[in-house]
Design a binder for this molecule. Structure first.
Ligand code: KIV
Length: 275
């Protein structure tokens, strides 16, 4: 197994304000997803800045093809487990498909449930200028919002593929305009997913709130990955933007296989493992 140096412990409570000052001071923002207590605990222990309870849990925890079936109740269930583990990181929870797109009322009710029932710091919404009114309203009632542009998995049926987005000039111009509108509406950060690096750099320089990239190159103010991808658990998923920091699928198979062998071969448990 690869050895990694543990990041220096940073006992700093991260808020949406902290994230803004990190952009201003040039400190990169490190964000990863988590969906359960133990992963969240280890992320927090090593000083992750932001933990995203992403609706990617629909793919990696629930085994759905897309994120569309994920419900607000699912998000609250997983966010509560994460929340119990976290002392310092800012926790952001995804608003799942159709929990906010239908109306401002629905958005406030569902985001309000997440804030009240879990007690996290912010929610994340996928979408461009067309959700600006919703964002403005959420921010006005005290719910911090992270935006999400580029590849927005909740819109998979509209786009049909998970290919790199905003490669044409018109789509790139639209994305830049969306980022400005969302920043004006009050988002405290924007995820940029799977877009050309040059465009991500342009957006990062054009807005005062941080950009957090996933497959958007090195010039974003921060980076995010799905934790199971960077741990090597989703082993068939190999886009170039995922750096594997571990090969856990291999390790798990090895451990499970050895256990089966030990049980079947009367090697487990030994006397010292019994009462
Ligand atoms: O749901 C998720 O995990 C996300 C990240 C990929 C940014 O939105």
């Amino acid at each position: 197994m690869k050895q990694h140096k543990q990041a220096a412990a940073k006992p700093r409570v991260v808020t949406t304000k902290t994230v803004l000052t990190m952009k201003q001071s040039g400190e990169k923002i490190a964000m990863l997803t988590a969906y359960d207590f133990l992963i969240a605990k280890y992320l927090d222990q090593v000083g992750i800045d932001i933990i995203l309870v992403g609706d990617s849990l629909g793919n990696v925890v629930q085994g759905y093809e897309t994120t569309l079936p994920v419900t607000v109740d699912d998000m609250i269930y997983h966010a509560k487990a994460v929340k119990r583990a976290v002392k310092n990181a800012l926790i952001v929870v995804d608003m799942p498909f159709m929990s906010f797109q239908t109306s401002i009322d629905d958005a406030v009710r569902n985001a309000g449930r997440i804030m009240k029932e879990v007690g996290v710091g912010a929610v994340k919404l996928e979408g461009g200028a067309y959700i600006a009114e919703i964002v403005r309203h959420l921010v006005k009632v005290g719910i911090p919002v992270m935006g999400h542009l580029g590849l927005t998995p909740q819109a998979i049926n509209k786009f049909g593929t998970y290919e790199v987005r905003a490669q044409s000039k018109s789509e790139a111009d639209e994305l830049l305009a969306d980022a400005k509108v969302l920043a004006d509406a009050g988002v405290f950060a924007i995820v940029l997913e799977k877009i050309p690096s040059a465009l991500a750099k342009k957006v990062t320089n054009a807005i005062s709130v941080p950009t957090i990239g996933i497959g958007a190159g090195p010039d974003c103010d921060g980076q995010v990955l799905v934790v199971y991808d960077m741990l090597g658990l989703t082993e068939e998923f190999k886009p170039r933007f995922v750096r594997r920091y571990s090969e856990l699928a291999e390790n798990l198979r090895g451990a499970f296989g050895q256990y089966i062998k030990d049980v079947k071969g009367h090697e487990f448990p030994k006397k010292k493992e019994s009462y």
